[in-house]
Design a protein around this ligand. Structure first.
Ligand SMILES: [Zn+2]
Length: 394
């Protein structure tokens, strides 16, 4: 394996994230333990941390909840969000009644880095050249014994529910390459096994970017069986965000994608499964990594903005139908307050831009529009392009 160790500054590398959860478990053995749930393509451990009172006991009476981060390699802030859930539960235990109640009464599993090889690849790229657009795992599609262009499977198109359908690609080298078969990748197989061994009621998979809370289904615009409940939970999650509110919407309203984790977890395992697109995105059209991940001094802000919403998944896990009542109560109070403008501190400095001042033509950077397009582009459209380019429908 020819990936070298990299450095991501204030962001955790895969190895640092694993050290972090091992440390947490060692220091809090009564409420936390780490389990290796599988191994990546190149044999790196995929680790989960379980957080619960009497953590060594599998208690069928305590609802189980799953959190995942960094399925997509370049979305490094998504690993930080997962670690933020861990931090909040550990730090709040015994001091915060809400958190203590969750840890006492739930079994919470967090997989901070679903994609260890991809994470390593991003750290290597960023260390070497300050950017990375690596999205998938590191499957050697072209069989040349190296991790290079054209390799990798999109782990969020490799799940069995409607695998091979619209919004995924059968072409190796595509950013949305679905792999040769459902669960062909050890990373998705590891989460599948975890989900089969446990009885998760709710789940949150962190991604970036766009500022969205997505609910199933993704592969079809047909309503899910529990559409009303799913929408209610997503909207209530949004209400739990302390800072910028995200948009709560059905995944396929954004774009149709097949073979994603939420659809399988929901339709095959009965998990109320959500995807958070953390961070509304940079203005860093010149740098993919900076487009997907906020400046380092803004990590904590974005983590803090999603953790309370994510913990709502654990809060309602004893009886998710309570979300319907909460939504009705909220709707009775009228529409939510409009969003304020984004904080300019969310953008990487303009002078990071190697083209700054050097590009010809008359253009503007729209505040809501990630990337230079010269027009006001719908953020959902920009997101679709960023996530799927070059072949969303391929
Ligand atoms: Zn993603």
């Amino acid at each position: 394996m020819d990936i070298r160790d990299g450095n991501l500054g204030a962001y955790h590398t895969y190895e640092e994230a694993m050290e972090e959860i091992e440390r947490v478990a060692a220091e809090n053995p009564d409420i936390a333990r780490v389990e290796t749930i599988g191994y990546s393509t190149y044999g790196r451990p995929i680790k989960a941390i379980k957080i619960s009172k009497d953590v060594d006991v599998e208690d069928p009476d305590k609802p189980e909840v799953l959190y995942m981060g960094q399925t997509h390699a370049r979305e490094v802030i998504s690993a930080e969000a997962s670690l933020g859930v861990v931090d909040r539960l550990i730090d709040g235990y015994g001091t915060d009644d809400y958190v203590t109640g969750l840890v006492d009464s739930r079994q919470i599993w967090v997989v901070p880095v679903v994609n260890p090889d991809g994470s390593m690849k991003v750290a290597e790229d960023v260390t070497a050249r300050g950017d990375s657009s690596w999205r998938g795992n590191c499957r050697d599609n072209n069989g040349n014994g190296k991790v290079d262009d054209g390799d990798g499977v999109d782990l969020n198109r490799n799940w069995a529910r409607n695998w091979g359908g619209q919004g995924s690609s059968g072409t190796p080298g595509s950013q949305t390459y679905r792999g040769p078969a459902p669960f062909s990748e050890p990373e998705t197989a590891a989460i599948k096994k975890l989900a089969e061994e446990h009885d998760f009621v709710t789940s949150v998979s962190f991604h970036s970017y766009s500022g969205l809370i997505l609910y199933p289904l993704g592969y079809t615009t047909t309503p899910a069986k529990d559409e009303d409940l799913l929408r209610s939970i997503a909207e209530n999650m949004r209400d739990h965000q302390p800072y910028e509110k995200y948009i709560a919407e059905k995944s396929s309203d954004l774009y149709v994608a097949s073979g994603d984790s939420d659809d399988w977890l929901y339709e095959d395992m009965g998990v109320l499964a959500f995807t958070f697109e953390v961070y509304k995105g940079g203005n860093s059209w010149w740098n993919t990594f900076k487009q997907f991940n906020p400046p380092e001094d803004r990590i904590q802000y974005h983590v803090d903005n999603v953790v309370p919403a994510a913990l709502y998944a654990a809060e309602i896990a004893d009886d998710p139908s309570q979300a319907l009542i909460e939504r009705e109560e909220r709707d009775a109070q009228g529409p939510p307050a409009p969003e304020g403008p984004r904080d300019p501190a969310d953008y990487w400095p303009e002078d990071d831009n190697p083209y700054f001042g050097g590009l010809p033509g008359d253009f503007m950077l729209n505040e809501l529009t990630p990337g230079y397009r010269g027009t006001d582009e719908d953020p959902a459209e920009a997101y679709r392009r960023a996530e799927c380019e070059p072949d969303c429908e391929g």
